[in-house]
Design a protein around this ligand. Structure first.
Ligand code: MRU
Length: 364
């Protein structure tokens, strides 16, 4: 997508520098900074510190991390060490393990001398495939938006609500939840997007930055506003992303997603989840017992980052100094609360049958 008129992906390999370039998301929406990752430690820190974030982007970054490691030392032990080091960076988004497993399965059988080139080419493939998956998710999600638009008086916008940032910077491009929005907007359908702020890290501000850059009408709302907006009939459709969806369609996503699904169910608002197939964990059935929920630093809750009037970026404390905080970063929405899963192959039920029917080749 474009930033100030220039097309970007959220990461790209610079052949001249022989290094990965990322958009350092810690500074958005206040400042647009590009950063180069030079060492494996840089890659691990970029994921842990959320310089890169969002399930698909974490996976793609890890694949490039594996490529860097193989260029420096293509031995079996380095392959294992890199898998372990990068896998430990964040526990919930399954795309990380998916990408690392895919790298290991492709590289292990090769002679060490052939691994560096193969790893870089695989990382490029994973990045390119992500873009195409998200484009297709957008095309399928667009059909839902078109149906709603067709039922409305001419010119009245379709009102969507989204949580967190499942946008293009959380993927390599397009985003998952936002891809249908971009495609609907580009087709001329009037939209208005309610953007949940998504405390504690306010990923909603990233979504607002994205939508604003693309000219899509939106309003930033507190996390607690969604239920009220739905009761007032102001939400036609909810679309969120996911960090891991189980084989029976339980959706793990950014903390607060579950409450939106509950409110949507109580108000008969369709609640869809944009789901790329690498985000399905076929090894887990029950999301509540089977998915590790990342506990992030309490400082993310007690402090908040913003821009001062002079343009400088600063962090302030919002709680009494001694107040302890808890910071579970994700929650699980049972499949029964999900109207449907928007995948790259089409829309299916959030159930064992729905996912197995859509992905018979992947379901084991
Ligand atoms: O903690 P984050 O910012 O990495 O969490 C991101 C989300 O929860 C997204 O909704 C999810 O990864 C889907 S991104 C297409």
């Amino acid at each position: 997508m474009k930033v100030n008129g220039t097309p970007y992906r959220s990461l790209w390999w610079d052949d001249t520098k022989g290094a990965l370039q990322i958009i350092d998301q810690r500074w958005l929406p206040h400042d647009f900074r590009i950063r180069q990752l030079d060492t494996l430690a840089d890659y691990a820190t970029a994921i842990v510190d959320m310089q890169v974030r969002g399930a698909p982007l974490i996976g793609a970054t890890a694949a490039y991390g594996m490529a860097l490691a193989m260029a420096q030392d293509p031995s079996d032990s380095e392959l294992d060490r890199t898998w372990t080091l990068l896998h430990a960076t964040r526990p919930t988004a399954i795309n990380l393990r998916w990408a690392l497993d895919r790298c290991r399965a492709a590289l292990e059988p090769l002679a060490p001398g052939a691994r560096a080139d193969a790893a870089l080419s695989l990382a490029h493939d994973i990045a390119d495939e992500d873009v195409e998956i998200n484009r297709r998710i957008g095309a399928h999600g667009l059909t839902l938006i078109r149906e709603i638009a067709a039922r409305k008086p001419a010119g009245e916008p379709v009102r969507l609500l989204t949580h967190c940032n499942a946008g293009w910077i959380a993927t390599v491009d397009w985003g998952t939840a936002t891809s249908p929005m971009y495609q609907a907007h580009d087709e001329g359908i009037a939209l208005h997007v309610w953007v949940d702020e998504t405390r504690p890290r306010n990923q909603g501000a990233l979504t607002a930055w994205e939508l604003g850059s693309h000219g899509i009408a939106h309003s930033y709302v507190t996390d607690n506003a969604g239920g009220h907006l739905m009761q007032q009939g102001l939400v036609d459709l909810v679309i969120t992303g996911t960090d891991r969806t189980t084989r029976q369609g339980d959706v793990c996503n950014k903390i607060g997603t579950y409450l939106k699904a509950l409110a949507a169910r109580d108000n008969n608002v369709p609640f869809y989840v944009a789901l790329p197939s690498p985000t399905i964990d076929w090894t887990v059935t029950d999301g509540l017992s089977g998915i590790p929920i990342e506990e992030r630093p309490s400082r993310e809750v007690t402090h908040i980052q913003g821009t001062r009037a002079d343009g400088s970026i600063d962090v302030v404390r919002v709680t009494p100094e001694a107040t302890p905080a808890q910071n579970p970063a994700f929650d699980v929405t049972p499949g029964r609360l999900v109207t449907g899963l928007i995948t790259e192959r089409g829309i299916c039920a959030a159930s064992l049958e729905g996912l197995a029917g859509m992905f018979p080749d992947l379901a084991s």
